[in-house]
Design a protein around this ligand. Structure first.
Ligand SMILES: NC(=O)CC(=O)C(=O)O
Length: 303
């Protein structure tokens, strides 16, 4: 029985290797304070430290410039396209000055009267090469534990996002986006080497799901997955799990950290993608005679 309409064949290409196929990645697990200026200064310092450690790719957390709450999102929001945007200016300047690619975590974005949870990717020339607006908003209701409704203030993005950079093709998801294997499947089908998920899982979902989700997305799609969380602040209204992590194409964890402020530096070698896909050729074993994959974005580009 076909579960999906036969519009596209899911046969992820072996992605060709980018300019830099072996490089260091840094995950900056930043403390987030009520002062946006302090957050921007801290992020700049962490990026500089990462570059000094030899990182070619630096990843920041979800909502690194703004304590995570619906009250704060409008107060800390920046208009990325029109400006002013001190967070974007800092990231762009740092990427260019240090010659690193930056997956700029996420910040609240204001645009045409709406708010989004948005991640920009910066090339080594400082230009924004991709902008991802979180497509799955985090609405959760676990009575006695956690209630949060991003949809009270935020609007969901409409498209998957792939960035072509010096350090490969990178698919972007923001936190709750990691729970949707379909998004990761699209990135794999488009030849991504790595999926980056800036994220801020909380103490409840973090314990049970944070590691599981990233290892699953890496193993399902036989590519690298990197997550980057804010550091845990037990006094905050929304306490984050931490544990920023890099997983490889078999789902093994290459590097991770605890819940305090930290920079995780680890080496990525994309030849492992080829090796793992030879070891276990899932693309050839897939039963497209009984189920098929539809990449709706490819079918309706621009939607
Ligand atoms: N910020 C989020 O999307 C949080 C999330 O997904 C969680 O599980 O916590």
């Amino acid at each position: 029985m076909a579960l999906f309409n036969n519009a596209a064949s899911y046969n992820p290409p072996l992605p060709s290797l980018p300019k830099l196929s072996k490089f260091k990645l840094a995950l900056c697990q930043l403390s987030v304070t009520p002062s946006k200026e302090t957050n921007i200064d801290n992020a700049r310092t962490a990026i500089e430290t990462s570059a000094r450690s030899g990182a070619s790719l630096v990843v920041l957390p979800e909502m690194w410039n703004c304590p995570y709450s619906n009250d704060n999102f409008p107060k800390y929001a920046e208009d990325i396209d029109v400006g002013p945007s001190p967070s974007v200016d800092m990231l762009s300047e740092a990427a260019r000055r240090l010659g690193v690619t930056i997956v700029g975590g996420s910040i609240p974005e204001t645009s045409d009267g709406r708010l989004y949870n948005t991640c920009c990717v910066y090339g080594t020339d400082g230009r924004i090469v991709a902008k991802h607006r979180k497509v799955h908003l985090f609405d959760v209701d676990i009575p006695g534990d956690i209630v949060f409704k991003e949809s009270d203030t935020l609007t969901a993005g409409e498209t998957p996002t792939v960035a072509d950079t010096d350090v490969g093709r990178i698919g972007i998801g923001i936190c709750h986006d990691i729970r949707f294997p379909e998004l990761a499947l699209i990135y794999a089908a488009r030849g991504a080497h790595l999926i980056c998920y800036p994220g801020a899982f909380n103490m409840s979902t973090g314990r049970s799901l944070w590691e599981l989700m990233q290892r699953a997305r890496a193993a399902d799609n036989q590519l690298f997955v990197a997550t980057c969380s804010p550091a845990r602040d037990p006094t905050s209204g929304y306490i984050t799990w931490g544990h920023s992590t890099l997983a490889e194409p078999f789902g093994e964890i290459i590097a991770t950290t605890g819940h305090k402020e930290a920079i995780v530096v680890a080496e990525i070698d994309y030849s492992l993608i080829h090796q793992r896909r030879l070891n276990l050729p899932l693309a050839k074993q897939r039963r497209e005679d009984i189920y098929q994959f539809v990449d709706l974005h490819r079918r309706y580009p621009g939607k």
